[in-house]
Design a protein around this ligand. Structure first.
Ligand SMILES: *Cc1c(COP(=O)(O)O)cnc(C)c1O
Length: 344
């Protein structure tokens, strides 16, 4: 049974090295489902890149990261007094973004516990208001400050925002010259670094590092069964009539793999979207486009996917794959769960 991710190892690692070189000071982000590749794989690859720090999303991800990576582990979710899985370890760097949290952590954690102080950007997610930096500095006690952090929105155009925060940092008494940034592109990073040569800027990068060369990644699903069907024939759990004669493929990969949770049209290109609209008849019949690609095209689900398999329709005009053949799938990696990740 297999819904697998195949990685062209040489090509993927060449991209990782190139991307890391283009982002000096990079902190690879190893969180969630490991961008489809798995956190253990990413931690190992990060070590291979020679970086001294990785970032995880949550405290629950810290123990695995400490085991799989020998350097420092930055936690992106800010420390809160009510979290009951906090890991205090000399290699863990906590994020703090509220004055009361700085004070509470300073009061409870061992002296020398390492923190990054986060500023609240236009993301409006977490962090201090710039007027609170002084109060946070006053509350630090024996905490060790490793840097300041900014989480910027996606896309370009956030250099001015980063710069205004850096200016606030410089006039504050926060004793650090390291700034961790998220979502500043390499040109903006270089620009900020050239304007503020005294700062060490450390980009936290996930998607464009791990998934930045899509051609190195291929999702393949086994065809488990093929049935010839006639128009109007009822199939599946829901006994829906098939809108056209052709073939019904039973393909490995269902909701337990994250299939059917994505918006399939978002992953299709403009041409594909045009084709979907042209085939509105099937959409009007209540069918949804599947992520499975057979003979060069994404095919329609015969009904919503199941836990481990999907039923996919293929028109009569297409030669069906054989049982045991593999088809490719166009998935959203951050919600995908593969039976195996095969790095060739
Ligand atoms: C997830 C995350 C990142 C990495 O984001 P990508 O878009 O995957 O590069 C960086 N910073 C923070 C705070 C994050 O939560």
């Amino acid at each position: 049974m297999s819904f697998r991710l195949h990685v062209d190892g040489a090509r993927w690692r060449a991209h990782l090295r190139h991307h890391a070189a283009a982002h000096p000071g990079i902190v690879p982000v190893v969180k969630g489902n490991g961008y489809g590749l798995g956190r253990d794989v990413l931690a190992r690859e990060a070590a291979g890149l020679g970086v001294d720090m990785i970032a995880v999303g949550t405290y629950a991800e810290v123990p695995g990261a400490l085991q799989g990576f020998a350097g420092d582990v930055l936690v992106l979710t800010p420390w809160r007094p009510f979290l009951d899985d906090v890991v205090l370890d000399p290699r863990v760097v906590h994020t703090v973004g509220r004055v009361e949290d700085v004070a509470a952590l300073a009061a409870t954690a061992p002296a020398g516990t390492r923190v990054v102080v986060e500023g609240e950007t236009s993301m409006s997610r977490h962090g201090l208001d710039r007027h609170e930096i002084a109060a946070a500095v006053a509350a630090l006690g024996e905490l060790q400050v490793e840097g300041f952090a900014l989480h910027l929105p996606l896309g370009r155009g956030h250099l001015a925002e980063a710069e205004s925060w850096v200016a606030a940092l410089e006039t504050s008494r926060l004793d650090t010259s390291t700034v961790f940034v998220s979502h500043l592109d390499p040109a903006e990073h270089a620009e900020l670094a050239s304007r503020r040569p005294q700062l060490t800027i450390r980009p936290r990068v996930g998607t464009s590092l791990w998934l930045g060369d899509p051609g190195a990644l291929s999702v393949r699903a086994h065809v488990l069964d093929v049935h010839q069907v006639e128009r109007g024939e009822r199939v599946g759990y829901r006994q829906r009539p098939v809108p056209r004669g052709g073939y019904l493929l039973v393909v490995a990969g269902g909701t337990s793999h994250g299939i059917g949770l994505e918006a399939p049209k978002a992953v299709a290109g403009v041409v594909q979207r045009g084709k979907s609209v042209a085939r509105g008849g099937l959409e009007a019949a209540g069918l949804a486009l599947s992520p499975f690609v057979v003979a060069g095209r994404q095919r329609w689900f015969a009904e919503p996917p199941h836990m481990h398999v999907s039923l996919v329709l293929l028109p009569e005009s297409v030669t069906p794959p054989a049982v045991g053949d593999e088809v490719t799938a166009s998935v959203r990696f951050t919600t995908a769960s593969f039976d195996a990740v095969v790095i060739d």
